[in-house]
Design a protein around this ligand. Sequence first.
Ligand SMILES: *[C@@H]1O[C@H](CO)[C@@H](O)[C@H](O)[C@H]1NC(C)=O
Length: 465
Amino acid sequence: MCSIWRWCVALGVFALGAAAGGGGRLSAERSAVWGPGLRAEAVLPARYFYLQAVDTEGQRFTSSPGENAFQVKITAPDEQFTRVGVQVLDRKDGSFIVRYRMYASYKSLKIEVKTKDKHVAKSPYILKGPVYHENCDCPQEESSVWLEEMSCPQVFPQIQRDLAHFPVVDPDKIAIEIPQRFGQRQSLCHYTIKDNEVYIKTYGEHVGFRIFMDAILLSLTRKVKMPDVEFFVNLGDWPLERKKPPQSLHPIFSWCGSSESKDIVMPTYDLTDSVLETMGRVSLDMMSVQANTGPSWEDKNTTAFWRGRDSRKERLELVKLSRKYPEIIDAAFTNFFFFKHDENLYGPIVKHISFFDFFKYKYQINIDGTVAAYRLPYLLAGNSVVLKQDSIYYEHFYNELQPWKHYIPFKSDLSDLLEKLQWAKEHDEEEYSSLQVSEPKVRDGMEKVQQPDDDLFPCTCHRKK
Ligand SMILES: *[C@@H]1O[C@H](CO)[C@@H](O)[C@H](O)[C@H]1NC(C)=O
């Protein structure tokens, strides 16, 4: 059951390039081009690869050689038109992310990377197809082949830990017991994947968020033949399974875990949605952040920054602290919903600002909302320093993070926050890295989740017999 959860959410590891170097003349031959977007078989909503600028002396650039230093052109040699969107994202550290979203499948694809009319590295790259686009329903029959093609890690420690509580799972049992325990008061989805089709039954009133789960499951079944499997997804904020062994536990997949619960944690709907909708409906994703990290470190504002809604008491405390020490912390509410808005205590509501504008500030404060604040991956992908509140809640990747390496921790009651900010200012030269990556059955009352139509650019799936 484990392998289907090995989603390749695009989280890479990044370090702040602080060293000087490069900056000579950009070399077409010596610059480097690599990544999954150069391989036909790595089907992704938006395919991507990397560019590293290197000068004629062989030194890597550690600052931008210019936003338009590289030109990328993608064409399908056999076609009159190529329906593809391309973006070159300047990470301002000498490297670039190139990503492209295909709106149709092609027999082959030609990727040209140039600087001043000269081909870079081994450009042009020819992807011998078929090169399928995101909506093409053409699953790889062998999941092990697919995992390899996608360069998925062998193990995900968090999922191993979570699954360790469940030596066996009996679909016949959980199909009855989980709805009995949680079906009345919680919002749940009961999924069956059978013969690579997705079926669902929902429980509870508020099941709108199922669209995110449906979307990622359908996207997966278009790419790989999934094993038959039956499982429950919790659509609510809070993890549900609070029993402790030796009591018998129920396997429930949730977006947020906590040290007080035994839910199986998977990437948040926010992350999966931003991956699926990259270069489309969504503007904030793990790659766009990296190209919008604001001014360079020296030019960032040294006041710590926070915006959000009043979803937790500590957030109220943070805003009070900010009003007491406005030079140290700029924290304000964009919305009041959970608590009574007392303007004397918390000041007026302020306008939303673009997430990318957060990175005008050196210090980003991450503080729980109802559960973990789902902005943390994006904050870490920027090049500010993140101060993270100690918390019982976590997303799927938190246990891989190291305090003092990826973020500065502060106490959950905020009692040492000012002290930690002071420390950060006194240790400005220190470098912080930031982290970016029984038998299942179709049950009574389940409906089939349909693949979306792609009438506009239908594709031929060569993998189907
Ligand atoms: C830094 O930000 C604070 C709070 O947003 C603001 O009051 C201050 O003027 C800014 N400082 C500079 C130098 O821009």
